[in-house]
Each structure stands twice: as structure tokens, then as C-alpha cells.
Design a protein around this ligand. Sequence first.
Ligand code: 4AD
Ligand code: MG
Length: 442
Amino acid sequence: MGKQHWIGDVRAGAHDGAQVELKGWVHRTRGSNKIWFMVLRDSTGVVQCVIKRESVGDDAFEALRTALIESSIILRGTVEPTEREHGHEVQVSSGEVVGPVNPDRPFPITESSMAEADGGETEFLLDNRHLYLRTGRMTTMLKLRSTVFGAIHSYFRELDFIEYQAPNFVAGAVEGGSTLFEVPYFGRKAYLTQSWQLYAEAAMPALERLYTMAPSFRAEKSRTRRHLTEFWHAEMEVAWASNAEIMEYGEGVVRHIAKTLLDERSDELSELGRDLELISRYADNAYPRMRYDEAIETLQSKGVTVEWGQDLDYSKEKVLTADFDVPHFVTHYPRITKPFYHRPDPKEPKYVLCHDLLAPDGYGEILGGGERTWSEKEILERIDEEGTPREPYEFYIDIRRYGGVPHGGFGLGVDRVCAWLSGANHIREVIPFPRDSRRVTP
Ligand code: 4AD
Ligand code: MG
């Protein structure tokens, strides 16, 4: 890489008294005709650089002094520890502008546009998302997000799961037709997949333990703080597994994510104002389980109008999770609330052997999974009772025709987990280019 020195290392004291060459972008400036203070930013942090006319010469001084916010810059100099803001300063001996910013078109995101958004997002910031990515809060979110993705991979790989890729163009729904994205496909209709699951089940007899992280697509018309039309989905599938066993994995991966964030990103969590005690609680404690019927009773006792047989939408999950201190599983939803692939409970077939994991403090569902309907007879019954045509699912039914076995899995909404663990108000805050019913740009 054409870069040897990082501002994060300067700040950590790795280069005290030494010569460095810093490459980065102008974050903030102030000064006079003789001395110019430039706060330089790179991906690892910011540090103040002191540029004196007498040290760098007139030409370099003028070039650097007139460089606007977000110009790219190279500065060379000596690192000095100080009592001031960043603990370190760089006394600059030479420097140059690499990519200037035109004064007729200064960087549009200013402190006041950020203040107006108040840690959230305005249409202005969403329109300028490509530039907003380099501001502090967003950069921090992207780092947290990377750690969440890494933690999910390491969790499954440690347990000998095989990473497996399914197609994104598909012929049928997984999670119901109302949120299917239709795409013209050479004179036919195809859809963008809502989930990796059905094609993962096809590989279940080959791999037995498999997982992925991939985008899923849902034509969600309503814009809520937890819905995207393109979201990142961590899914897993396991042969021979029961609902209870799948829940162990679900709890395991979420606790592992919380633990990894604490180990690797505690500074970033604190920067975002997240209480580390809370994250430790999510990492260290078991997640309680309750049945759907109990959730309905709890909601009714809180005065929520809800009847047995209704799915728990966001408004209900919000009330239910308001006083949870850790995520809770809700299991055994009524058969009529869930798609055909959910396996009816052999003991009480009006329920299915499934679970949702609901995050506390009103965040609600972050994961959904369960046992799959695995016999040919039962899957045909479930498809027919739903009124779904069998034709696009012939491959899926075949999985049952040739050595069907009990199996199950779950899907975890990665963006939802990032939003919950970072304490974001809206799911848009944690993904670089959020997609919803009104926005596919920039
Ligand atoms: O509950 P869902 O719909 O379950 C499935 O898709 C299963 N096929 C998964 C499986 O068993 N393999 O979606 C799973 C999770 C939800 O719990 C939620 O966290 C997330 O995906 N999710 C969304 N995240 C953001 N925006 C959306 N529109 C989402 N829809 C679902
Ligand atoms: Mg769900």
C-alpha cells in the first residue's frame, strides 16, 4: 500500500518523536497567515497537524492553507505528544494537496447539516449518502457493521458450517407473495429472492450444516424504522435438528456478536453513546423462551387489542419487548400465521415448531426460524392449504421425496442486529446505501 503511517497509530503513541508521512483528508482547519492548524482525518482517526509558513515555505503554506474541507492531503513531519485535544500533534515539515476541492463547490455536509440530523438522518444526508459515508458517525457504524459480519462468519465456521450460496433470481415466494419483487426475465417473470432458505434446504442432504450471508429482497411498501427493501440476511440450515436446537444456535450467534463487539469495538460503541453494560448483558445471559400464547396473554394484560391467531406486528412487539432486559424467543406460533415450510407441531398441529427472537427496548424481531415440514405428504398439504401453486416448488418437494429428514434453520436480519446493538433509531443508519420504497439513489 502506498501508505505507511496511520493516524490511529500516531494517536496511540506508536510514532512519538518520529518522522511520519500522513495521507488523508482535511477534517477541520483554523489559523493565521503564519501558522495553520489542520486536523487531518484518515480511516483510523483524526489528528492536529501544525503547519508553519517558516517551516514549509510560502508555496506549500499557501496551497495547504487554502485547501478546503475534504481535500486530500499528504503531510510529512514529526510526532509530538501534547496535553491538547488529540494527545498528539504533528509538526509539519512539508506537504501537498493531492485532490483539491473546488471553492465554488465546497463539501456539502457541514456541522450544521449534521446538527440538524441530530445523530439521525435527514433527506439531505440521504441524498448525499455517498459523501456522508466519510463522516464520523457513519464511519463508526461501518466499522461496527464489519465486526458484526466477521463475528457471524467466525461463529459458523468455528462450528464447521459450510458457507453456501443460493441464487437471487428465483421462481417463487418464500415469505408470501405480498412482498415479492418481480423482475422481467427474458419474456418470463422472475423474482428477487426473499430468503436463501429453500435452496439451502436442497443442499442440506449434501452439507448438513450450512450458512450464508447475502442480501434478501422484500417489496415492503411501508417505510418503518426496521424495514429495508434490500437487507442483509444471515441464514443457516441444519439437518436432523429440532426447533430447540436451532434456537441454541440463534442464541449462540447473537451472544457471540455482542461479545465480539465488546472485545473489538468498545470505543466505537461508546462513541455512539451505547452503554457497554447493556451489551455485556446481551453477551452473558441466556435468552428466555415463551410461547406465542403467553405473548398474547401478556399483550392483552397490557391492554393491547390482539386476538389469538394474529401475527405479532411491530406495534405489538414494541409493547411486548419494552421491559425485556435481554432478547426473548417467542415459539409455537399458530399455523395460520406462518408460511408453508414451517412444520406443524405433531402434538398440537394448530401450532408450528418455530421461533422468533425479539430484541429488547422495543427493537422487536431480529431472527425467525424453526423446523421445516419435511415429509412429502405434509409439505403437499401445507402448500395446498396455503393456496400456493405447487409448480415452482417441485424442486423443494423433491428434497422430501428423496430421503427427507427432519431439519431446520433460521434467518437473522443483520442490519436489524446492527441497529439494535448500536442503539440506532432507524435501520437506515447502519447500512451504507439504504433502499426503501422511496429510494434507490444514490
Ligand atoms: O422472519 P423472516 O421473514 O424469515 C425468513 O426469511 C426465513 N426464510 C429465514 C430462515 O428460516 N432461513 O426473515 C428473517 C429475518 C427477520 O427476523 C428480520 O430480522 C429480517 O430477516 N428481515 C428484515 N430486515 C430488514 N428489512 C426487512 N424488510 C426484513 N424482513 C426480514
Ligand atoms: Mg419473521
